[in-house]
Design a protein around this ligand. Structure first.
Ligand code: NAD
Length: 362
């Protein structure tokens, strides 16, 4: 039977409840409190929450400087001067924790003790033990913990995920990603202090989406390398060039390659997903598009929105839907354990000059 291409795909952020009121606010949703109000919160989380009318009750940051102006700019109701004050507000049922990972795990434990559901920034934790403990503690308390893998709701990637789930390309055989960008913005930022920034911090989104596309397949090994590119300036400490290879027991294979030094006006992150019945290709964060090739015909999907900021509404929306529907979110911390394990395994491999790291859970 000929394949029928879906004309409508639910790739945009989704929320529970009746929808926005006349003021464009989703007042019927659980209140949100934000912990850690740094760069990414102001450049993406809050922009997304304002765009989709999500109820942000208050924010807390250990630095008063960080929260300056967010009331006026984003309509946040309250700036808290202590974590306890935020936790004590019963209107806040969901906390969005957007610190760096070192501070995040203790904050997550405290939020669970306070009875709050959590959306945690990525990478979820510094080690698997801490991540597993948080997952177990949330389960004991009947609370949901989701991870802000907002790339899952980047429109081209979301369309690709839905098409794979519908069997549009059959079984996934090979996944290829390329970062056609430069990391020349890294020197001078806190990211430059990370030994394997390009693998641990940046690629966690690409590793995560790759394992989503390999859902149901048994991932057995990871190899990774990072290196200084020839023209990387001396003051840039963390390596810009990298690749990560992910292998499955049936031979399915993924390669993530970051050149780190691209000189181009057409920056983007092209990807290809080759399956038994067809091919998906597209790009995120520059030159966004997604196309399905099947039975000799190519279909390009119309896309609205972008990873930044719409993906950040996607992760929060999925958590809010899961709470309302009393189910685990798609971006749950439990589902994220494998993504974190792969990311940490890739760093271990890079430390061993690309040696194969076999997965414990593989
Ligand atoms: N696409 C994405 O999802 C994306 C993009 C960029 C960064 N990130 C992640 O977001 C996290 C934060 O990155 P950033 O660039 O916003 O960093 P940042 O340094 O700008 O912000 C971190 C904030 O956390 C605050 N903070 C630290 N400890 C705290 C504590 N105990 N309680 C309350 N606040 C505390 C700091 O004062 C700071 O304002 C990192 O894990 C990073 O990897 C994700």
């Amino acid at each position: 039977m000929a394949y029928s291409v879906p004309t409508q795909l639910p790739y945009q952020p989704r929320f529970p409840g009746a929808g926005a009121n006349e003021a464009g606010l989703r007042a019927d949703l659980p209140g949100i409190g934000i912990i850690g109000c740094g760069n990414i919160v102001k450049s993406a989380h809050l922009k997304a929450y304002v765009k989709y009318g999500l109820p942000v009750i208050g924010v807390y940051d250990i630095s008063a400087e960080a929260t300056r102006g967010v009331k006026e700019q984003f309509g946040v109701r309250q700036i808290y001067d202590s974590l306890d004050a935020l936790f004590e507000n019963p209107e806040i049922q969901v906390v969005d924790i957007a610190t760096h990972p070192e501070a995040r795990i203790p904050l997550m434990q405290r939020a669970l003790q306070a009875g709050k559901h959590i959306l945690a920034q990525k990478p979820l934790a510094l080690d698997m033990g801490a991540a597993r403990e948080v997952v177990a503690e949330a389960a004991r308390r009947g609370l949901q913990v989701a991870v802000n893998q907002n790339g899952r709701w980047a429109p081209p990637w979301r369309v690709a995920t839905l098409l794979i789930e519908q069997g549009a390309i059959g079984e996934v055989l090979a996944i290829t990603h390329l970062y056609d960008i430069s990391f020349n913005w890294i020197p001078g930022t806190h990211f430059d202090r990370l030994e394997h920034f390009a693998i641990y911090d940046y690629s966690v989104h690409w590793i995560d989406i790759t394992r989503c596309w390999l859902e149901g397949q048994r991932i057995t090994g990871v190899r990774a390398v990072d290196y200084r590119t020839p023209h990387q300036p001396d003051h840039g400490k963390t390596p810009w060039g990298m690749w990560v290879e992910i292998t499955c027991d049936d031979g399915a294979h993924a390669m993530i390659r970051g050149v780190g030094c691209s000189q181009t006006r057409h920056r983007g992150h092209p990807f290809w997903i080759h399956g038994t019945e067809g091919t998906l290709r597209g790009s995120v964060l520059g030159n966004d598009y997604v196309e399905l090739e099947r039975d000799g015909v190519s279909y390009r999907f119309d896309l609205a929105g972008q990873w930044f900021p719409d993906g950040f509404a996607g992760t929060m929306g999925e958590l809010l839907c899961a709470i309302a529907e009393k189910r685990e979110p798609y971006n749950s911390a439990r589902h994220n354990l494998l993504s974190l394990e792969l990311t940490l395994a890739a760093c271990d491999s890079a430390n061993a000059h690309g040696a194969l790291v076999k997965l414990v859970s593989g």
